[in-house]
Write a protein that binds this ligand. Structure first.
Ligand code: NAD
Ligand code: ZN
Length: 281
């Protein structure tokens, strides 16, 4: 029986269009807690979860107040400028440089894939270092706006430089729709890929959790010789789905993933990269 890390490396090498889906588990080894794990943010502070469910509604009702609160309170995740990408982020960046990985779709808002050097990242739930216009979806870097200055002058909320629409933080709140551009591109990637590497997500937050299920549904037709001169056309799964997680998830239990490599993404991913290099030698 082949070792799972070798199997994953071989599957990656044989793929034509591999993508990765990542979640909070990808960044726990960088010191950012997940939500629902033993030291998760919600586990420790259920009141923060209740508030988080209301944030989007509060923004729509009163963007000025949303911004004033946002600029005066501490961030839910602490200071994200102080954390660093871990070996798992670097390994995914290396797989992209090797030409194997074509895209990373992340639920994380921490910008760590980009900082590790991955170029094609879709921030499914937005990015804590960006702002987004709710009318035209234009993204701006945080530094492009003097938010504290606007606050002191009583000119909050900020307005879009392209269309004048109201600006909110790019991070997608509970009950807020996924920005249409990212939602669309992510679906296209899920539909196109022939290998999906799912790293550190419990895959219970929708619509992100649809992506592996969408990929699983895709089938390709292949011709198989069943006897002399007799061919049968079969519809076979078009994608291999590999999960890397500390524990089994609904994707494992429902058979959406082909196999699970159980452990830490910061250890397994560099192991896979080493194995890819060894097999290619
Ligand atoms: P989740 O908290 O629901 O699940 C995390 C999963 O990762 C769990 O299944 C856990 O077993 C696994 N895990 C934890 N550490 C791991 C490790 N080192 N190696 C392998 N697996 C590990 O997270 P989710 O599925 O991403 O959904 C939570 C939502 O919270 C997301 O929408 C995300 O936007 C947001 N979030 C983001 C961050 C961040 O930006 N870093 C952090 C917390 C939450
Ligand atoms: Zn705009």
């Amino acid at each position: 029986m082949e070792e799972p890390i070798e199997r994953a490396a071989r599957d990656l090498i044989n793929s034509n269009y591999a993508i990765a889906l990542t979640g909070a588990g990808m960044s726990t080894e960088s010191g950012i807690p997940d939500f629902r794990g033993p030291s998760g943010i919600w586990t420790k502070d259920p009141e923060a979860e209740r508030r988080a469910y209301q944030t989007y509604h509060r923004f729509l009702a009163n963007p000025k107040e949303y911004w004033e609160e946002k600029l005066s309170g501490p961030s839910l995740f602490g200071d994200l400028t102080k954390v660093e990408p871990n070996p798992g982020h670097h390994a995914l960046a290396e797989l992209e440089k090797m030409g194997i990985l074509k895209c990373v779709i992340t639920q994380n808002i921490d910008n760590l894939h980009q900082r590790a050097g991955t170029e094609n990242v879709l921030d499914y739930h937005g990015n804590a270092f960006k702002l987004r216009c709710i009318d035209c979806n234009a993204r701006f870097d945080l530094e492009e706006y003097d938010l504290q200055g606007l606050r002191e002058e009583g000119r909050l909320p900020p307005h879009c430089r392209k269309c004048g629409g109201v600006i909110k933080g790019d991070v997608v709140h509970f009950r807020e729709p996924i920005p249409s551009d990212v939602a669309h591109q992510s679906l296209e990637e899920a539909w196109r890929c022939d290998l999906m590497l799912i790293c550190g997500t419990s895959a219970v937050v929708y619509p992100f959790a649809e992506l592996p299920r969408v990929a699983r549904q895709r089938k390709v037709e292949t011709e198989r010789k069943t006897g002399a001169g007799i061919y049968a056309v079969e519809r076979v799964p078009a994608v291999t789905i590999i999960e890397l997680n500390a524990e089994p998830t609904p994707l494992t239990q429902e058979g959406v993933s082909d196999y699970l490599i159980q452990g830490k993404t910061g250890e397994i991913l560099p192991g896979i990269v080493e194995e890819v290099k060894r097999l290619r030698r």
